[in-house]
Design a protein around this ligand. Structure first.
Ligand SMILES: [Fe+2]
Ligand SMILES: [Fe+2]
Length: 358
């Protein structure tokens, strides 16, 4: 069930991007002095290899439209239902906001530090995210819904995160972003008739950028091993759950998008979680147990809570307010129950880097 207001003008598209909710992508700022002090010498060889890949920039010519793009939009996308069109616009806006969020954060870090390793990395990643954001924005512009990114940068709220939270959260969002895009790409590669918009043809090379961004944070964390043990493991568990749960609830609130691709949201989400679990073993000593039926049930419950919250919000008034309070508390209890489920433990591999082989 989708409760978003119809996106039918550039103003509404911008409002949607500026919005700060529990589920919408956020903009971040951090402690630049601490970023400046990072030392990656413990992973120097793998780091240098990665930096030469960034320098080689194998996607420099990728984010350009081909001759068929406009035709596919006109022929194929014009056939989707109005409700489906709204879900896709919502998808474009949330994807754009999250790409642009990375772009701003990486740019700001690069501008505010002198540490040559981190500065160079942040410049490369900002370069990539800026291409991704512009490419998405072009598709919004096709419908007259382009977002003024300068304005978004000025008006959206920023959340302050200590560097370690930036590492956990951004690492996960890059890797889950890879897993999401590659799963969609593979599905549409097998079922080209389900490819209702040409932008999905770009996802394979695109998600290799995200994979590499994730690799960068993996190396940074492996070079600061205290971030991966002791009390910090509880933070890792928190971020794993927060990222997985957000994705589950957000995807289930726009079910048509996956149906149109021939995917079931729950099956797709668990496939993405499995890929993410397989990747995060490079850096996190724990992963969530996807086979535990209580995990699946808890996520379903969180989605129900979100649905009820949206209904209560619509209802408004005192009753609506009381209902919202009730469902917020219920959501918190469900999240806590999920948090305390047993997790899987792993030893970390000697070699950190992986290849995007999915
Ligand atoms: Fe990106
Ligand atoms: Fe990225």
């Amino acid at each position: 069930m989708n409760t978003i207001a119809a996106i039918d003008s550039a103003e509404k598209a911008s409002e949607k991007a500026v919005q700060s909710t529990l589920l919408s992508p956020r903009f971040y700022t951090t402690d630049f002095a601490a970023m400046d002090r990072l030392d990656i010498s413990a992973v120097r060889a793998e780091w240098d290899q990665m930096m030469s890949e960034y320098e080689g920039d194998n996607n420099h010519d990728h984010f350009q439209r081909d001759a068929q793009f406009a035709e596919e939009v006109a022929q194929r996308f014009s056939q989707v239902s109005p409700a489906m069109r709204q879900e896709f616009l919502d998808f474009l806006i949330s994807s754009l906001t999250s790409e642009f969020s990375g772009c701003i954060l990486y740019n700001e870090i690069a501008r505010n530090i002198d540490n040559p390793d981190i500065k160079q990395l942040m410049r490369y990643m900002a370069r990539d995210e800026s291409r991704h954001a512009s490419f998405l924005n072009q598709s919004l512009k096709d419908f007259g819904l382009g977002i003024d990114l300068g304005n978004l940068k000025r008006t959206k709220a920023y959340t302050y995160f200590k560097p370690k939270y930036i590492f956990y959260a951004t690492y996960l969002s890059e890797k889950i972003g890879y897993a999401r895009y590659i799963s969609i790409y593979r599905q549409l590669e097998k079922n080209p008739d389900k490819r209702f918009h040409p932008i999905f043809r770009w996802f394979e090379r695109w998600c290799n950028d995200e994979f590499r961004h994730g690799e960068s944070f993996a190396l940074i964390m492996r070079a600061q091993p205290h971030l991966l043990k002791g009390g910090n493991v509880y933070w890792i568990r928190f971020f794993l759950l927060a990222v997985y749960a957000t994705m589950y609830v957000r995807d289930h609130s726009r079910p048509m998008l996956h149906e149109e691709m021939g995917l079931d949201s729950s099956v797709y989400d668990f496939e993405v979680f499995q890929i993410t679990n397989d990747i995060t073993k490079q850096v996190f000593p724990v992963s969530l147990d996807l086979d535990n039926p209580a995990f699946r049930a808890g996520l379903k419950q969180l989605f129900q809570v979100q649905t009820q919250m949206d209904l209560a919000k619509k209802r408004g008034g005192l009753v609506g307010l009381l209902q919202r309070g009730f469902w917020a508390a219920s959501g918190a209890v469900t999240f806590a129950r999920l948090y305390f489920l047993p997790v899987n433990h792993h030893a970390l591999p000697d070699q950190v880097r992986m290849v995007p082989a999915w």
